[in-house]
Design a protein around this ligand. Structure first.
Ligand code: ADP
Ligand code: MG
Length: 689
């Protein structure tokens, strides 16, 4: 395939090349992977008498009459006939030249959408061509592709460029990099055939199948692309397996002592995951393990056990959370769990006072701080660990593969890399996890602690806010506690805070007998902490909060959750928020307040939440509604986008992709590098994947 730059093609100068870059086209073979969005059929002429409204088609005919009429503005009308019927072409914009062209008796072909007009069918602004003496109507041999457009690049241009790229491909066909065991077994067409077919499908192609993305030719390409991404992540994984880490083998008694001291016994799922982790930690290579588990499944204690092991082996452990409030929550849990063993965790965050920060940094670098908890600040410049052996990252969906790698590299020392444990509360469908986290080993906590009851969820229009406030009153006066989550205002802490203030005001006025508290993102950590503690201790009955409570807050007595403007939030976020209740013995409820009218997707989201409490089902639906980019947070992390594959549509290919990857890695002619290079290109373009 041709790696040459686009300017090597006829008609491409630097200006056009810049425009093409906007479509992510840099090299000639990139054009081959720019698949059409849809197709038009210009392979056959349609008789005017057989036209149907809405059809886009090619017709030919003799001009009977051409006139300009005034209908508010000037219209050029051209009447043509092919013997089977008559068709009117209508132009609103036209030049004198065009007008002169349509002389009675000449023949033209035109392509456009047939619509019903006042007197028979019309085409508005069709593409047309005058047929000269001796020419015919020039039907095409294949369906006409319509490419994704970019400003200033016409379809005709894209067609001519892809024509050239296809010609080059035919002259030197691309190597088949997939093992024949796979292509044969799955009945896959060759790469060159698949590419050519999708760019220039024959007249009888099943267009509906292509548009749906399920045509064997598309699946062929998607398969290889998924494989390329998978192989590149596995390569990272294999690299890690050759790196050194401190094998954590001692301290089994400490671990059993810690577990025995917990106020509950571990679930079977937690036990299983702890086993996975402990056996990873005993290896002299860095662990890279992902723990998936629904909200409330008890991931934190599992991480704590890993920390016990690390500390018992004389290395430091660091726990990083994406927000201060979540980090604080962990800090509190870890203080409770580790104090009996005489261990006080150190704290590091961005908003810390300089003196406190200096103390923490000092303790971290001399090693007196065994356990460190904090936010991103943990891995900033100036943080020097004495002997870091384990890194725990909570809420992994906010970090992408690059950040994961960067964190690992920060912790590197003469002892090698630290072990890494990442935890996500966004359960990801298995097939998607396979594709996105192929550089990690995965364990799933697929069981909630006993006694949890599903949260019953209702969606209520905000016109019925009064009833909802009553409901809060009755729950709180009967000894329960409630959350009131305020509208999320994108990217503006100030507005977020004002909205929270307004709701707080409204609720204190409507519910004068309740003890109501407020926490929001702009509060100082100490203030937030006071608010949360007061709620936890039951001093506050109703907590008004922004989405800062999204993750990690744990108050079992809270059994009612009101979410305002639920229509503005994503499914996973709503599920996370809802996970704050349903942690105690009483039946919990979640009320989704929404502003009418609901859009189609918003309606679906609220319906999903009403119908299920299962995080995996929620994640699957979220994936379908939003696409994988958002679910995995790849927007922020720069994970490469797929050109052809679609992780939702092509999910069922993943298990086969995995098998293919194994075959390739075992085969003597290992083509992994070539496949990765073909699809991911050079590292500079796609980052360090
Ligand atoms: P998440 O997976 O959402 O991070 P947490 O780790 O915050 O969940 O756990 C939620 C709550 O469940 C915490 O109060 C925790 O102490 C409690 N918990 C964890 N494991 C168990 C268990 N096996 N039995 C009972 N309660 C548990
Ligand atoms: Mg958690």
């Amino acid at each position: 395939m041709s790696q040459s730059s686009l300017t090597s093609l006829k008609g491409v100068g630097p200006a056009l090349a810049r425009k093409l870059e906007k479509l992510n086209l840099y090299r000639v073979d990139d054009l081959l992977f720019l698949l059409p969005l849809r197709y038009e059929d210009r392979t056959q002429l349609v008789k005017i008498g057989a036209l149907q409204a809405g059809n886009r088609c090619l017709v030919t005919g003799e001009v009977l009459l051409s006139e300009t009429v005034f209908r508010g503005r000037r219209n050029l009308l051209v009447r043509i006939s092919d013997g089977s019927g008559q068709l009117t072409l209508r132009f609103f914009h036209f030049s004198r030249q065009q007008q002169a062209q349509f002389q009675t008796g000449i023949h033209i072909t035109c392509f456009g959408e047939a619509r019903r007009g006042k007197s028979g069918f019309e085409m508005i602004h069709p593409e047309y061509r005058v047929i000269r003496e001796g020419q015919d109507a020039s039907t095409r041999e294949s369906l006409t592709p319509i490419y994704p457009a970019t400003e200033g690049v016409q379809q005709g241009r894209l067609r001519s460029l892809t024509d050239q790229a296809l010609q080059q491909m035919h002259a030197s066909p691309p190597d088949e990099l997939l093992p024949t065991a796979i292509t044969g077994k799955l009945g896959m067409p060759s790469l060159a055939h698949a590419i050519n077919y999708l760019h220039r499908p024959p007249p009888d192609a099943d267009v509906a199948q292509i548009i749906a993305g399920t045509h064997p030719c598309q699946q062929r390409l998607a398969f290889e692309e998924l494989l390329a991404h998978y192989l590149s992540l596995r390569k990272l994984r294999a690299l890690a397996a050759t790196e050194d880490a401190i094998a954590l083998t001692d301290g089994n008694e400490d671990v059993s002592g810690f577990v025995a001291g917990l106020p509950f016994s571990l679930t079977t799922a937690q036990d299983r995951v702890v086993d996975d982790i402990l056996s990873d930690l005993a290896e002299p290579h860095p662990m890279m393990r992902l723990i998936q588990g629904d909200v409330g499944s008890g991931k934190t204690v599992v991480a704590a056990i890993a920390c016990v092991k690390a500390l018992a082996c004389g290395v430091q452990a660091a726990i990083m959370a994406p927000t201060e409030i979540l980090a604080e929550q962990h800090w509190r849990s870890f203080c409770d769990w580790f104090r009996p063993f005489g261990i006080e965790p150190a704290w590091l965050s961005g908003s810390q006072r300089a003196a406190a920060r200096r103390d923490s940094l000092q303790a971290i670098s001399c090693g007196s701080a065994k356990l460190v908890i904090g936010t991103h600040a943990l891995f900033q410049e100036g943080v020097d660990f004495h002997r870091l052996g384990l890194v725990v990252i909570d809420e992994q969906h906010r970090f992408g593969v690059h950040q994961r790698m960067a964190l690992r590299d920060k912790g590197v020392s003469i002892d090698g890399h630290p072990h890494q444990l990442v935890m996500t509360a966004t359960p990801i469908p298995r097939t998607l996890a396979m594709a996105a986290y192929a550089d990690l080993d995965t364990s799933v906590i697929d069981e909630l602690p006993p006694g949890r009851q599903p949260v019953s969820t209702v969606a209520v229009p905000e016109t019925r806010r009064g009833e909802v406030i009553e409901r809060v009153r009755s729950a709180c006066t009967s000894g329960q506690q409630a959350y009131w989550v305020c509208p999320l205002i994108e990217e503006s802490e100030v507005l977020d805070y004002q909205a929270a203030q307004a709701s707080y005001q409204m609720l204190t006025e409507s519910l004068p007998d309740l003890r109501i508290g407020l926490v929001h993102g702009r509060m100082r950590p100490a203030e937030k902490e006071r608010g949360m503690t007061a709620f936890k201790e039951g001093v506050i009955q109703l907590l008004v909060a922004t989405t800062v409570i999204e993750v990690g807050v744990d108050v079992p007595n809270a059994s009612l959750m009101i979410i305002e403007n639920a229509e503005r939030m994503g499914l996973s976020q709503l599920h996370q928020l809802r996970g704050r209740v349903g942690r105690g013995e009483t039946q919990s409820h979640c009320v989704l307040l929404y502003k009418s009218p609901l859009g189609r997707i918003a309606k679906q989201r609220l319906l999903v939440l009403r119908n299920t409490n299962d995080g995996f089902v929620v994640a699957q639906r979220d994936l379908e509604l939003r696409g994988p980019g958002e679910l995995l947070g790849t927007r922020q992390t720069g994970l490469p986008e797929y050109r052809i594959a679609n992780l939702v549509r092509d999910a069922e290919l993943m298990p086969k992709v995995q098998i293919a990857a194994e075959l390739i890695q075992k085969s003597p002619t290992n083509q992994a590098t070539a496949i990765i290079r073909r699809w991911l290109g050079d590292a500079s373009r796609y980052g360090k994947v």
